[in-house]
Design a protein around this ligand. Sequence first.
Ligand code: GDP
Ligand code: ZN
Length: 453
Amino acid sequence: MSYVQGDTIVAIATPPGEGGVGIIRLSGPEALQIGQSLCGQIPSGSQPWPARQAHFRRFYSPDGLVIDHGITLYFPAPRSYTGEDVVELQGHGSPLALAALLQACVKHGARAARPGEFTERAFLNGRLDLAQAEAVADLIHARSEAQVRAAAASLEGVFSNAVAAIHAQLLQLLALVEAGLDFSEEDLGAAHDIAIHEGLIALQQQLQQLLLQAGQGARLARGGRVIIAGRPNVGKSSLMNALAQRDAAIVTPVPGTTRDLLREEILLDGLPIELIDTAGLRDSDDLVETEGIARARQILHSAQLILMVADAQTGWQQDDQIILDELPSIPKLLVWNKLDLVDTLPEAPADASACAISALTGLGMAELRAQIMVRMGMDHNVWAFSARERHVEALARAGDKVTEAGCLQKAAGHPELLAQSLREAAHALAQVTGKIDVEDLLGEIFSRFCIGK
Ligand code: GDP
Ligand code: ZN
């Protein structure tokens, strides 16, 4: 990407509200001039500020009144977050003073930044690749420590470097294939063929492993959704409380108390999971209950797992079967509850895998939690970095193309098609880090950032 000579943008970089420190950030060719004007200096008559040094200065409004005082920092291009001249004014965390400073910057010629515009400039100027820029947003929006660690790893380039390494191997292999295009099979000999074959297999394995990791990274960044379904009184609310480990849902012995979807966000080994207790999915004349059921059905379809709760004491009943039959085709785990009340487990419906717990005493809960993680496709040993659905799709496309290349090689006689498949695989990989063909995505990606980042 080429360097973008843009206008100078400004934003309040600290969160809204009162705080100890409030930071105004400027980026662009006029950042220094505007910063100096704000500090009452005449830019044309002043020395540029020394790079990367903190100085204590007063901040003035355009009509010469002191608005605040604090620290100024100047990061000349290209060694700055955005790759452009960046100036930071660190004053007090007063929303009104910050608003006045922002206005003063605009008066002096800066434009209020859009969400994510600083990071977008960092990407366009090659300071970060696209996967790293996305990791910045994931770090800011992280909801668990595991998410923080994963996003930080992506920001450090763990994911990007893995993609780049595979990309480089792909290009080497492509060069090997292209070198053979002008020769006949006999001229090249078996060694050439074997080298390509082995290269393809190595690539397939690496892509598969990276796809697995990225899939988990994406799940970790996005979180999951688990539905708790079952007849009234089987212990759905109790299970939800046991998973959430606090009294979020109302537990009462009266059937049908849960009038609406109860949602609770929990962390299961760092994975944020939205737990949804359904309204019992029961036909009812009660209007409120019916409304709850309609909403429950909509949301059911977006979950990754359904915990079908049944009462171990009453055993599997016709009503359980009716509910089970109505559930959408999403992975399900049958959970026998009230294990504390029985000595032996009742017979489960055919081909359902089951787990047994007591939501009341906590019996079997550790195993259930572990089961949920497995069903969500999470494996501790694998998640190394954060990723997004976009990355997972691109890696899958690259994997498909490499597999296609493998088939073409086996069929033999179409080296130009093989080369084309490899080129397409390389193209898909380059989209992850944003080296090519991502212009259309940028607006969508950066608009979801905070302003000032
Ligand atoms: P829901 O209607 O499916 O949400 O069921 P609740 O969670 O409201 O529970 C219904 C009743 O069963 C309540 O009286 C709970 O205390 C009781 N209950 C729930 N789980 C257990 C359990 O594991 N063991 C026993 N003995 N009672 C339970
Ligand atoms: Zn309930």
